[in-house]
Design a protein around this ligand. Structure first.
Ligand SMILES: Nc1ncnc2c1ncn2[C@@H]1O[C@H](COP(=O)(O)OP(=O)(O)O)[C@@H](O)[C@H]1O
Ligand SMILES: [Mg+2]
Length: 258
């Protein structure tokens, strides 16, 4: 067997982590996702951009089955998304999600927020879960806040806790849906820095964001959505310097030159 064919087989076996195949979804009369074909490779960072209402959040939510789809298929690591029960809980752990609103458990401490899922879903023992939580909180720069409640933290700190909480589950892929959109400007970078580090460490990431600096520096690929469709996808340099579609040109002119 030649080296080339071995490399190809490896890619087929391990390369494609998230695969959406002809995914369609409606909200009543609204065809919110239209024939979405999207493959995310292991270790790849894909930034999804597009106008408000184009279906970016819905796309993310279908990947961890917060929304069901009407047609097509979604597989994670070669397996179709489970419909319910324990397998669904495990899927949600495999697919870490960070939202615009921080979604921490308000009545649990920061440390508890990051240990709970490990114990409940991953069946890690309490001591190990706490060690891991503390290490992750240190990694995202909020180790000193471990015993506080979410409301006592800044938005940037809360969002970093949310990232640590998702990471505590050893996710295969991380979804970020506008993770910095609700933050005051001075806190945006501290969250983006954590995300950049995660990308450098090889995490597979799908990131919906309007932070074009992040897209340029951290993305392997930019996916541009409009009206429920993927209109264009390209490497960031290519996309930003030479967008092909009129929709992308129009969108970029609005966000880059305001
Ligand atoms: N649960 C829902 N029920 C009905 N319509 C929805 C629902 N969620 C989103 N939509 C609609 O679907 C479209 C796409 O929304 P969304 O995925 O949030 O777009 P984006 O994240 O790109 O702004 C919008 O028109 C929105 O109003
Ligand atoms: Mg959205």
């Amino acid at each position: 067997m030649t080296e080339v064919s071995v490399a190809k087989e490896d890619k087929a076996a391990t390369g494609d982590l998230v695969v959406l195949d002809s995914v369609n979804k409606h909200f009543g009369a609204l065809h919110v996702l239209q024939d979405i074909d999207l493959t995310i490779h292991r270790g790849e960072v894909v930034v999804v951009i597009g106008p408000s209402g184009s279906g970016k959040s819905t796309l993310c939510r279908t990947i961890n089955r917060l929304e069901t789809i009407d047609a097509g298929s979604i597989t994670i690591d070669g397996k179709p998304l489970p419909a319910e029960g324990k397998e669904l809980a495990r899927l949600r752990a495999d697919v870490g999600m960070v939202f615009q609103s921080f979604n921490l458990f308000a009545h649990k401490t920061v440390l508890e927020n990051v240990t709970l899922g490990q114990v409940k879903v991953r069946k890690v023992d309490a001591k190990k879960a706490e060690e891991k939580a503390r290490a992750l909180l240190d990694r995202v720069g909020v180790g000193a806040q471990a015993d506080k409640y979410p409301a006592q933290l800044s938005g940037g700190q809360q969002q970093r806790v949310a990232i640590a909480r998702a990471l505590a589950m050893d996710p295969k892929v991380m979804l970020f849906d506008e993770p910095t959109s609700a933050l005051d400007p001075e806190m945006i970078n501290e969250v983006l820095e954590v995300m950049k580090q995660l990308a450098e460490d090889g995490m597979t990431m799908i990131v919906v964001t309007h932070e074009m600096g992040f897209a340029r520096s951290a993305a392997n690929r930019v996916v541009f959505m409009a009206d429920g469709r993927i209109v264009e996808e390209a490497a960031p340099d290519q996309f930003f310097s030479n967008p092909r579609s009129d929709r992308a040109k129009d969108f970029l002119s609005k966000i880059l030159h305001h």
